[in-house]
Design a protein around this ligand. Structure first.
Ligand code: COA
Length: 172
């Protein structure tokens, strides 16, 4: 089973190349994770550098899954919510390497998200995913409640627009 580790800024910096590879692997496969294929190397690296700055600023929790010492997945908790929503957090960019999928790694990352969100005293989690993507049944099985679907929410690498499903979960 993969080991889930919370990366501080030093550890994240050390794994910058692995994180870049992880994001590139997903984007090249057509995943709906912010970027469009082909994602330039410098753009993927710049994204992770921004996340490392956010970890240092205390506004991002970055969890990584390691399998046999190799980084195979990650997910983020975004904590920079407005002052009146400090009990809430967004979950972003749950990604597992194509070569490591369907082995429970995303589920393990999300279970770790729930533990770390509690550590950060966040009791309401929100997230979204492209409608009908593989993450939808995962979120439902973890107790996320569907709020609804926004049509034509984000563009894909083929140039068309995809619907997005929005979810929330309250941690007891
Ligand atoms: C979505 C993703 C993170 C799942 O990672 P994973 O490690 O393969 O997922 P798991 O093995 O933990 O599977 C957990 C559940 O997700 C669902 N699931 C995962 N892959 C699926 C697929 N290809 N088709 C249908 N359901 C799938 C299933 O419900 C599964 O539970 P089960 O194994 O009991 O049936 C991975 O496919 C991925 O990185 N996709 C690209 C990025 C992305 O779309 N991320 C979501 C952004 S919100």
């Amino acid at each position: 089973m993969a080991e889930i580790v919370r990366l501080d800024e030093k550890l994240a910096e050390r794994h910058l190349d692995d994180l870049r590879e992880l994001l590139t692997d997903a984007v090249e496969d057509g995943a709906a994770v912010t970027f469009l294929a082909p994602i330039p190397r410098h753009q993927a690296a710049a994204f992770w550098r921004g996340r490392i700055e956010a970890i240092a600023a205390g506004t991002c929790v970055l969890l990584a899954a390691f399998d046999g010492g190799k980084l195979v997945g990650s997910v983020q908790i975004t904590l920079d919510t407005p002052p009146n929503q400090r009990h809430r957090a967004d979950i972003n960019k749950l990604v597992v390497l194509r070569s490591a999928r369907r082995r429970g790694i995303a589920r393990a990352l999300m279970e770790a998200v729930h533990r770390e969100a509690a550590v950060e005293r966040r009791t309401l989690l929100t997230l979204d995913t492209r409608k009908d993507d593989a993450a939808e049944p995962l979120y439902r099985s973890l107790g996320y409640i569907e709020i609804g679907v926004i049509p034509r929410y984000s563009r894909n690498s083929s140039g068309t627009l995809d619907d997005a499903t929005f979810f929330y979960k309250e941690l007891s």
